[in-house]
Ligand binder design. Structure first.
Ligand code: NAD
Length: 348
């Protein structure tokens, strides 16, 4: 037998639902016949809270979407976003409670939180309801929204639900012309940071076709760009704080120009949509290795192509860090840039 019929579990969940919230919601869901999770929002106030913190403001729609994902297989759990103006007065809660009652649309007999201090407030707002306090000392998951906002999500990565992590994971893309050590660097970085990576999809694409350079067709390039994006999404879902990516749509455009003398508007469009947190550009100053799939080995040609790629990146307003020197220096420079990005934990 459940403790109540209709339960309510509310909060701002800013920046995001964390494992403490998930724990409280799951516990609450077993105690009532139906549970309503309420995302209380006041974007103006939230933006002020987030300004100067380590987290950019995250719209209530995104927070609600996370709750929708977290509860999608729980048919008796419903999620709502309810506006609650925050002026710092108890009247905010009173008006918020009206909105919550309207959203739920039936008598609430149980309210959940982890705060004993809320008992008095809830007694006034929901006189018919029992207040059940779950894990007041936050022993199961010692985390709070304030900790995430002031210390950043990277420090508390293990406190984020899996469905939330891709939003915060940083995307590092490594670009450069042929044979400048991209794939080796990307694999090494992924192993060093104990995370996932995306291989250069164009390479896999042509390996499957037998690797002859004269067989490339214009329509391959958009396919390569789209499939590459799909793999980014798949790997991002498994990434541990950071995802390393070998190549992107501007490099695919560069190859279309190089092999077919054809600039493809669809690739420009993909390039404009993509967002990376860090771009590493590998200079072609390591020895050219002919692995059987490469065509532009002459050093003069390499430098000309290198300039073409840089021009393209600049045209898209990309800010990149150049990496050069021997393999040891390349790795060390890359690690320094990645560490700096993670430590800064810049807003998303
Ligand atoms: N008007 C209302 O009736 C009503 C009711 C509830 C909440 N609210 C709104 O929500 C806000 C309160 O939420 P918040 O922003 O203080 O908290 P929050 O969004 O961080 O947390 C939401 C709920 O989860 C609980 N919780 C937080 N961390 C936990 C952990 N580690 N383990 C277990 N449980 C944990 C909290 O006690 C709270 O009950 C209020 O300012 C108000 O805007 C309004």
């Amino acid at each position: 037998m459940t403790a109540g019929k209709v339960g309510m579990f509310g909060g701002k969940f800013l920046p995001c639902p964390h494992m403490g919230h998930v724990y409280a919601m799951i516990r609450a869901s077993t105690m009532v016949e139906e549970l309503h999770v309420i995302v209380s929002y006041d974007e103006e106030h939230e933006k002020k809270i987030c300004a100067g913190s380590k987290i950019a403001h995250i719209p209530p729609r995104v927070r609600l979407r996370w709750w929708s994902q977290l509860t999608k297989d729980m048919p008796h759990v419903h999620v709502h976003a309810v506006y609650e103006q925050q002026t710092g007065h108890i009247s905010d809660w009173e008006r918020g409670a009206e909105g919550i009652k309207a959203a739920i649309g039936k008598p609430i007999d149980t309210v959940f939180s982890s705060e004993h201090a809320y008992t008095e407030i809830f007694r006034n707002l929901y006189p018919e309801a029992k207040h059940i306090v779950i894990d007041a000392n936050r022993e199961t998951y010692p985390i709070s929204g304030t900790m995430l906002r002031t210390e950043g999500v990277m420090k508390h990565w293990h406190m984020l639900p899996e469905i939330v992590k891709p939003y915060f994971a940083k995307k590092v893309v490594v670009v450069g012309t042929e044979s400048c050590g991209k794939s080796t660097l990307v694999r090494n970085l992924a192993n060093l940071y104990n995370t996932t990576y995306v291989e250069e999809w164009g390479r896999t694409y042509y390996e499957r076709l037998g690797n002859c350079e004269d067989i490339t067709l214009a329509e391959d390039y958009p396919e390569i760009a789209f499939e590459h994006k799909y793999h980014e999404k798949v790997q991002l879902a498994k990434a541990n704080k950071v995802l390393f990516i070998d190549t992107e749509a501007i490099v695919t455009q560069y190859f279309s120009i190089l092999y077919l003398d054809k600039r493809q508007p669809v690739l420009d469009e993909v390039a404009r949509l993509q967002q990376y947190d860090l771009w590493l550009f590998l200079e072609p100053d390591v020895k050219w290795v002919n692995d059987g799939t490469r065509s532009f080995g002459d050093q003069q040609v390499r430098e000309k192509n290198n300039a073409l790629l840089k021009e393209l990146l600049q045209e898209f307003g990309v800010t990149f860090h150049t990496i050069s020197g021997n393999y040891q220096q390349r790795l060390e420079q890359a690690i320094a840039h990645v560490n700096e990005m993670i430590e800064k934990d810049p807003p998303h």
